[in-house]
Design a protein around this ligand. Structure first.
Ligand code: BGC
Length: 831
């Protein structure tokens, strides 16, 4: 039952001098019920079924191996609750018939629900939050410890009051363990308590409404079994990929430190196993139910077989508190690496920490051996079916400067799928490697063929596979990783090979246009997903997307640089193995000097012919629909098409200013023989800013970034929007389907690299802060080439402190002042 506490709060929950979020984000945002608390706690007061899905996603606990949504343990999946558990890399394919077509989709599989736990008193109804008469209710995510707590009191039909407190975590130290502790106190009565604790394998993928018509039954039951007196086991297998997943649960009951479970009864249903345990409830005396769970899958290393391991490890695990101790210790180490403190901006700081928490819960050192990429919506839900897109472009900069070993492993996910990308290129008639826009288990293209416009109910072709710029993200990430770490072994053995194959792809996609005497790239889709083709030829892609063309040149140049920087013998070996011919390299050089870039009205055109599109009446659409972020859906439902308009879903041309510094960009344009006058960048920013609906949370990050230099106030508006992406669900309902990992990581990166002007280039750390005063004083930890660093930035100065150690000094430059930073020393640059 809903409690009355949640009060609608203003959208812009960030108090103090930060501005309101950018106006196009305001109308969709949900009311925010994140309560101010200390800077390490996110607290939700009251129970509101309408908000439950969003809270579940935001209160997910995970460890980079698996994650479980913050769902109520007593509720099975349904319209309000969705107790999803996902393990990194566990995918399964299913075929479904939609819109008269058979389509195949691969999904990150919702695994059995290990949370299942409820209770009843004196033989009454099993507790269910939706039926209970709640006296109070709160849910609290402890960011420092990655522990979710739920506390509530309820009154039963006899007027008796019971208090319940529940804590849970997914172990960061031993990645196969999860734990849920429930403490039940009869406040004003005594009675008998019956506890039901189990594992539910009868689950499906059914979180996202738009995917309802697609198959979601991914699991077959292998077996259920009782394990000794207090434990049960459930084993399932994914029905196409054949991955076994085993979970074992041990439930113990205590009262005042002594075992309190009187009787136990095994309960088994179809794909469900558990125990009913009875205990005495004495007024004022807490009864604690401790459920410890092990999870193993057929993709694990160092195991015999999942069920064997789940059963072997369960009795080895200590009690809830003992596991928690280790888990908290692991997090303490992580928080040292991910330390961020914003003096004077406690609310922003809390959200940034929440973002870091979810980032690390999705990818951590537990991810390293799993052969997985970065799922764009975390391990928190089912949007994009758990696929890996280009979002890692926004995620890696945060990892590179803290846990680069994790980035390396995520890049190896791409490297291992190089043969598949080569095959895809070959089949499409190109050279080199063509990475898929959406990637899952084996690296084939996982973009759906048709997608549903929920507004019109139409199934439409999904043209996003044309986003060939995914290859740019792979190349950019490879190079950035190398720049931040200096990991030559990676560059030699994996990175350069990927770069070479990507360059080959771009060189074969580019064709020579004799009329222009330039190279052109036709039939692609840019990051702005609104333009799938020209008016009247909606699915053919667009030509000469500026972002794609310019960045393709960048890839060609970096490939040459990477080859150049390899030791001679390694270069020789690689060029021999890959059969890199001198004339091929000459062609790369030529393309990199003669690529076509379209311009109109003194700005860089998003693509060729953009200027001929119609202007949209933004105000009229804003008036009519309120939230116009998904203009594509609105226009299609009206029988129109967004392809006809100068309207972008998200930053596209502006991605150039996000990824490259103005100097780098100017150099590139010079090389191409285009003049980029000093006003061109701000003009281009203003032009597209006025024509972007921000239908993706990535847009706020990029806009904050590109505005940071010239329009600090507007940049802050977008920074606030990015902070609110999930806590205020600015897309009006998508957070419940999974967090937006790139936007989350993007907010951290805005602090660490954008406002600070931090770059890792030319073997030095370069700082050029444009620190917005309202952000207060930032203190943030970084790791640069194995040096632990602490950066303190305010509007007046920057301090860089190096941890003590045996490393060589590093060069730090701030606005032309250069210093050699010795281990253990601090350098200060007044601003
Ligand atoms: C954006 C893509 C992004 C995807 C997953 C989409 O809305 O347009 O750029 O990769 O979401 O985050």
């Amino acid at each position: 039952m809903r409690t009355s506490d949640p009060q609608p709060r203003p959208l812009h929950f960030l108090r103090g001098p930060l501005p309101r979020p950018h106006r196009r984000f305001r109308r969709a945002a949900a009311r925010v019920t994140v309560e101010p608390d200390d800077a390490w706690t996110v607290r939700y007061r009251g129970y509101d079924p309408d908000e439950e899905g969003r809270r579940e996603a935001l209160c997910t606990v995970g460890n980079g191996y698996l994650a479980t949504r913050g769902a109520a343990p007593e509720c099975p999946g349904g319209a309000v609750h969705y107790p999803g558990t996902y393990a990194a890399g566990i995918y399964n394919r299913l075929s479904s018939a939609v819109a008269g077509e058979v389509v195949e989709n691969e999904s990150l599989v919702n695994l059995p629900n290990w949370l299942v736990l409820t209770f009843r008193i004196d033989g009454g109804a099993w507790f269910d939050v939706d039926a209970a008469d709640l006296v109070d209710y709160e849910q609290c995510l402890d960011l420092r410890r990655a522990v979710l707590t739920r506390r509530f009191r309820f009154r039963d039909e006899r007027g008796r009051t019971t208090a319940v407190s529940q804590r849970r975590f997914v172990d960061m130290r031993f990645e196969h363990a999860c734990a849920l502790e429930t403490t039940i106190t009869a406040e004003d009565y005594s009675g008998s308590l019956e506890i039901r604790s189990g594992i539910d394998g009868a689950v499906s993928n059914s979180l996202v409404d738009r995917y309802r018509e697609l198959g979601g039954q991914h699991l077959d039951l292998v077996r259920t079994a009782a394990l000794g007196e207090d434990s049960v086991l459930l084993e399932v297998r994914t029905n196409q990929s054949g991955i076994e997943v085993a979970m074992a649960a041990r439930t113990r009951v205590r009262c005042g430190g002594t075992p309190a479970g009187r009787e136990r009864r095994l309960v088994e249903r179809e794909a469900w196993i558990g125990q009913d345990i009875t205990a005495e409830l004495v007024s004022g005396r807490a009864v604690t139910v401790e459920k410890v769970v092990t999870v193993f899958t057929g993709r694990d290393r160092a195991i015999s077989e999942p069920a064997v391991e789940a059963a072997r490890w369960l009795p080895r695990l200590g009690c809830f508190e003992a596991l928690l101790d280790e888990h908290v210790l692991a997090w303490a180490g992580l928080w040292r690496r991910f330390h961020v403190a914003m003096e004077g901006q406690e609310e922003a700081q809390r959200v940034v920490r929440l973002h870091i928490l979810h980032l690390v819960q999705t990818v951590s050192s537990n991810t390293v051996d799993l052969d997985v990429g970065v799922p764009s919506r975390g391990l928190h839900g089912e949007a994009y079916r758990g696929h890996v897109l280009w979002d890692e472009l926004f995620v890696f900069p945060v990892l590179n400067l803290r846990i680069p070993g994790v980035t390396r492993s995520l890049l190896r996910y791409r490297y291992r799928r190089l043969p598949e990308a080569r095959q895809a290129a070959r089949e499409a008639g190109y050279d080199g490697a063509m990475y898929p826009w959406q990637s899952g288990s084996d690296g084939r293209e996982e973009s759906q063929r048709v997608h549903l416009n929920p507004r019109s109910g139409h199934w439409l072709p999904d043209p996003t596979w044309r986003e060939r710029h995914i290859g740019i993200a792979v190349a950019y990430n490879t190079w950035q990783y190398y720049q931040a770490t200096g990991d030559r072994e990676f560059l030699t053995n994996y990175g350069t090979e990927m770069l070479v194959e990507l360059s080959r792809f771009w060189a074969s996609l580019a064709t020579y246009d004799p009329v222009r005497d330039r190279y052109v790239i036709r039939g692609v889709m840019g990051p702005d997903e609104f333009h799938s083709g020209y008016p009247g030829a909606e699915s053919g892609g667009i030509d000469n997307n500026a972002y794609t063309n310019v960045m393709a040149v960048w890839v060609l140049l970096r490939t040459a640089e990477a080859l150049e920087s390899l030791p001679r013998q390694a270069r020789r070996e690689l060029t021999d193995t890959l059969r890199v011919r001198p004339e091929e390299v000459r062609r790369w050089e030529e393309i990199s000097a003669r690529m076509f870039v379209p311009f109109h009205d003194g700005v860089i055109s998003q693509f060729e012919g953009y200027e001929k599109l119609e202007e949209l009446d933004w105000d009229a659409y804003g008036e009519r629909y309120g939230n116009i972020q998904r203009l594509d859906r609105i226009l299609e439902a009206e029988g129109d098409s967004v392809n006809r308009y100068k309207a972008s879903k998200q930053a596209d041309v502006l991605m150039l200013f996000y990824l490259l510094s103005a100097d780098e960009l100017r150099e590139l344009f010079d090389r191409l023989g285009y003049e980029l006058d000093p006003g061109a960048i701000p003009r281009t920013i203003d032009y597209y800013l006025a024509r972007t609906s921000h239908g993706s949370t990535l847009s706020a990050v990029v806009h904050a970034w590109v505005l940071a230099r010239a329009h600090r106030q507007r940049a802050l508006e977008f920074f606030v929007s990015a902070l609110e992406s999930d806590v205020a669900d600015i897309q009006g309902g998508t957070t419940r389907e999974g967090i937006h990992l790139a936007a989350m990581a993007g907010t951290v990166d805005l602090l660490q690299r954008c406002f600070s002007g931090l770059e890792t280039r030319g073997d030095q750390l370069v700082l050029n802060p444009y620190w917005p005063e309202p952000l207060g004083m930032l203190e943030i930890s970084l790791r640069y080439r194995e040096h632990p660093l602490k950066l303190r930035i305010s509007g007046h100065r920057v301090d860089v402190a190096a941890g003590a150690g045996m490393h060589r000094p590093i060069r730090v430059t701030c606005r032309g002042q250069e210093c050699l930073l010795e281990p253990g020393a601090t350098v200060r640059f007044p601003l």
